[in-house]
Write a protein that binds this ligand. Structure first.
Ligand code: UTP
Length: 292
């Protein structure tokens, strides 16, 4: 099984980032020198993905433009002899084949994924949420793809969180089948910590199959009128196995302002050109070397 296509749902309003996300999609807010969504697309590409399917909305077409060629800009940089920048810009434009589909109303993550169905075909595909930035090698989605290949089943990413925080996540009840891998028995959306079946939180990485898509299409909306991906996956348990696994890399919740700032600081400290200078800035601010 080759994981060639990945869906990036980017049609949300990003209300937690207002007013920054009023006219600019939150997915394009920069973390150091790249828009947040580029980290996520790079992770998918590193795992072999060739086609990025962005589920976008009105006012968000700058996301697909970012991964397109910009011939005018390239000509300008070439004329001025700015060859390093030319190379950087060309690389982003050549990274991936771009497909954009529209979610005409923000009716939930499950609904967003369903909008990609006409361009997905029968092969398994990845879903990556831009809110979850995972840095490190090997790519996190590659770990899920490997397990999906081995089991022939869909796979979701999970991370252990402090019990009190599980209320913010989808939660997995499962049987451990090998270190870091669970066969899922049930999924619960945002449980009360005392009632949560585990502290395994669902993180925004999925390898899904055509069968899951079919179940999702038959999943009714919740009370808020949204089709939830977690609910679709829960229903798919009746039809076949679903696995959950942990993943390599450091994860940041870039949908949240405080964690976005943390991502900026940690990624800046690791940056080959900016890291050393930025470390000095932090030392000046805090009067001592920052921990890495
Ligand atoms: P979130 O609920 O975290 O994103 O959905 P949001 O709605 O944009 O942000 P807040 O909560 O208002 O700040 C997770 C991902 O799913 C996408 C979002 O764009 C985000 O990347 N999404 C969500 C859709 O594409 N469509 C939807 O209907 C809902």
């Amino acid at each position: 099984m080759n994981l060639r296509r990945a869906v990036f749902p980017v049609a949300g309003y990003g209300t937690r980032f207002l007013p920054a996300s009023k006219a600019i999609p939150k997915e394009l807010l920069p973390i150091v020198d790249k828009p947040a969504v580029q980290y996520v697309v790079e992770e998918a590409v590193a795992a072999g993905v060739e086609t990025a399917i962005f589920v976008t909305a009105e006012g968000k077409s700058a996301i697909e433009d970012h991964f397109d060629r910009n011939l005018r800009l390239e000509a300008f940089l070439a004329e001025r002899g700015k060859l390093d920048l030319l190379e950087t810009v060309r690389k982003v434009g050549a990274m991936v084949q771009v497909v954009a589909v529209r979610q005409k109303e923000a009716l939930g993550l499950g609904h967003a994924v369903l909008q990609a169905a006409p361009v997905l075909g029968d092969e398994p595909f990845a879903v990556l949420l831009g809110d979850d930035i995972i840095v490190g090698q090997p790519p996190a989605i590659g770990r899920l793809a490997e397990l999906a290949r081995k089991t022939g089943a869909p796979v979701i990413a999970v991370m252990e969180v402090p019990q009190a925080e599980i209320r913010h996540y989808g939660c997995v009840a499962g049987d451990l089948v090998e270190p870091g891998v669970w066969r899922v028995r049930d999924l619960v959306e945002k449980p009360e910590p005392a009632k949560a079946p585990s502290n395994l939180a669902i993180i925004g990485r999925y390898v899904l199959t055509h069968d899951v898509l079919r179940t999702l299409a038959a999943t009714p909306p919740d009370r808020a009128g949204e089709i939830q991906l977690t609910e679709g996956l829960r229903r798919s348990l009746a039809a076949g196995p679903l696995y959950a696994c942990t993943f390599p890399g450091r994860r940041f919740d870039a949908g949240n302002k405080a964690d976005f700032l943390r991502a900026t600081v940690e990624i800046a400290l690791q940056h080959p050109e900016l890291g050393a200078g930025f470390r000095k800035v932090l030392e000046e601010l805090f009067g001592q070397p920052p921990r890495t």
